[in-house]
Design a protein around this ligand. Structure first.
Ligand code: GRF
Length: 188
């Protein structure tokens, strides 16, 4: 499987995948390219691991150039791991069932517009939820709405803050992301 990972931020999930491939707990999978929509630490992580990187201009209509690069690098699957730009509908169609996203809540709750970063965890706490978690789902044209593949839960404590919940969910994600990639690999 030749994977493209799309990122916008810290890239801790990307790092987990890089490490798993290096340690051979994830086999048959190669990160072919890391694509970012801004200058971010995830790009540094990719470069340090000698992975090909590409930074797109999120203010431009970037679909065609990205489509060209994905084909050129012979990418077979796409993972969105903290990618904040909206994916062009044509990408969703071309990569149907071969593009997955990692989301820091138990979808369908707390998904959609504006539900990213700390806002997700703030909303969970404000609504007095007693559990939260992370989801891996297929990407479709509707934001955070594709078929749910995997979910993992955690408890929301009474003294929970958005920051502490974010940390908890991040830890869950680091397991879930590896399972999600394995599942995607097994499906094809
Ligand atoms: C994760 O919480 C993921 O669910 C969300 O963005 C965050 C990315 O974290 N889509 P990192 O950049 O992998 O550390």
């Amino acid at each position: 499987m030749k994977l493209a990972v799309f990122v916008s931020g810290n890239g801790s999930n990307l790092q987990v995948i890089i490490d798993a491939i290096k340690e051979r707990s994830l086999t048959g999978i190669n990160i072919e390219i890391v694509i970012a929509d801004r200058n971010c630490f995830a790009l540094e992580r990719a470069k340090q691991a000698n992975i090909f990187t590409y930074q797109l201009d999120r203010r431009s209509d970037w679909y065609q150039e990205v489509d060209f690069i994905l084909k050129k690098r012979e990418v077979t699957h796409i993972l969105l791991a903290g990618f904040l730009s909206v994916i062009h509908p044509a990408i969703c169609m071309t990569w149907k069932n071969k593009i997955i996203n990692l989301h820091p809540s138990l979808l369908p709750k707390y998904g959609g517009k504006g539900m990213y970063g700390l806002s997700v965890h703030q909303a969970v706490i404000l609504n007095h939820e007693n559990e939260s978690g992370a989801t891996i789902h297929h990407v479709t044209e509707q934001l955070d709405d594709g078929k749910i593949l995997l979910q993992k839960k955690c408890k929301v404590d009474l003294d929970e803050t958005p920051e502490s919940l974010q940390q908890k969910v991040h830890l869950i994600e680091h397991d879930l992301i590896i399972e999600g990639i394995k599942l995607l690999y097994a499906e094809t």
